[in-house]
Design a protein around this ligand. Structure first.
Ligand code: PLP
Length: 393
């Protein structure tokens, strides 16, 4: 039987159309995009088209606003460090407690080693930002506000236009990690006052190891990698031309499939969620039900071990991910579920289902058939469940 892949927030299958667009850039148009002969021009032409395709996905005003990077992590690192370097008179960063480690780890490191003051905005039990705290934290010393467009674990969407306006009112730069949002919800940078935005190709059916940082025209930027003059001196290193071409092609496809993501994929997600809630008791959907990515569902099953669930699902050919990670030998809730104060008994059994345009109705039926008996089996062996199971009517 075909395996079922519902871990698209970890990575997506590279679209076959993207693969075939990339292939000639390995062995035919293999030139260095900086070379002035015909081989170089062919590579540079492929990159030019890719830049326009990424620009179009974001509704960015100019193609020069797109800087290609090695992925979302590099783009996030560059945004944070650049904002601090270009504004030496400001020493505070505002982030949220649920950012990806590519922001959290660097921001924490900067706070420890460079005297940067880090202000971390909390979320409520649904993963929604504490807006009063946000407003309180943003001020005239803020160099950068960085808030993800959508959370990778729960899919919760943040009110980016409102947050960006607030940052702008204090003259602070606003960056958003849109790695999970791009291609899943509309983004139009003509109407949202974002200064910098990070993207990753492999989350939208493109190849791995490539991404972009959007930097609005007029915003000063410092390179993270210094060396050659690639990317107009903003990102040194010979470009990953096949990767960039693939990313561009994936971005063009993502724009075309946006309605499918919001309609069909969202409907499949709802079907999965409702089906599981009907079949399995003591289960909770985590995240903001009103403002969520259409492809993501994070569900906590009380009194089961998420790792055991993953393993047993994998045995029957279903791939998902868990909301807990192994820390010091014990399963600990992820920082996101911890920030949402999800009770430990639920967080340990949290699973993230993330769909894509590749997901089919039979995939959903498979999960609805396989998961309930697995949960029941694990609970039957759990002393905690025996103590907490609802009393039969
Ligand atoms: N930001 C978010 C929200 C992510 O989910 C990820 C990847 O999981 C990243 C950044 C990192 O992107 P990349 O894998 O391209 O470095």
């Amino acid at each position: 039987m075909q395996p079922v892949y519902l871990d698209n927030n970890a990575t997506t299958r590279t679209d076959p159309e993207v693969v075939s667009t990339m292939l000639p850039y390995f062995d035919v148009h293999f030139g260095n995009a900086s070379s002035s002969h015909r081989f170089g021009s062919a590579a540079a032409e492929g990159m030019r088209l890719a830049r326009r395709q990424v620009q179009a996905l974001l509704g960015a005003a100019q193609e020069q606003e797109i800087i290609f990077t090695s992925g979302g992590t590099e783009a996030n690192n560059m945004a944070l460090l650049s904002a601090l370097e270009t504004q030496p008179d400001r020493d505070e960063i505002v982030i949220t407690a649920v950012e990806h480690p590519a922001i959290l780890a660097l921001a924490t490191h900067l706070a420890k080693t460079r005297g940067v003051t880090l202000r971390v905005v909390e979320v409520d039990s649904c993963g929604r930002l504490d807006l009063d705290q946000f407003d309180e934290y943003v001020g005239s010393r803020t160099a950068l506000v960085s808030v993800m467009w959508a959370n990778n674990e729960t899919g919760t969407l943040f009110p980016i236009p409102r947050l960006a306006e607030r940052a702008r009112a204090f003259g602070a730069l606003f960056h958003t990690d849109a790695v999970q949002a791009a291609g899943r919800v509309p983004i139009d940078l003509k109407s949202v006052p974002v200064d910098m935005l990070s993207l990753s190709s492999h989350k939208l059916h493109g190849p791995k190891g490539v991404g972009a940082l959007y930097v609005r025209k007029g915003v000063a930027v410092r390179p993270l990698l210094r060396g050659g003059r690639q990317e107009r001196g903003r990102r040194a290193g010979t470009e990953n031309v096949p990767g960039i071409v693939g990313f561009g092609s994936a971005a063009a496809l993502a724009a075309r499939y946006l309605e499918v993501e919001q309609g069909w994929v969202g409907a499949l997600r709802d079907q999965l969620e409702q089906g599981l809630m009907q079949r399995i008791g003591q289960a909770h959907v985590l995240g903001d039900a009103q403002h969520r990515l259409p492809n993501t569902s994070c569900i906590a099953f009380d009194y089961v071990d998420g790792d055991a669930l993953l393993l047993l699902l994998d045995r029957v050919g279903i791939a998902v991910s868990s909301g807990a990670a192994c820390a010091s030998g014990a399963m600990e809730p992820s920082h996101v579920l911890h920030a949402m104060r999800v009770p430990a008994n639920a967080a340990r059994g949290a699973l993230r289902f993330s769909l894509s345009r590749d997901t089919t109705t039979p995939d959903i039926y498979r999960v609805l058939e396989e998961l309930p008996p697995i949960v029941a089996r694990l609970r039957a062996n759990s002393p905690l469940w025996r103590d907490h199971a609802p009393v039969p009517a």
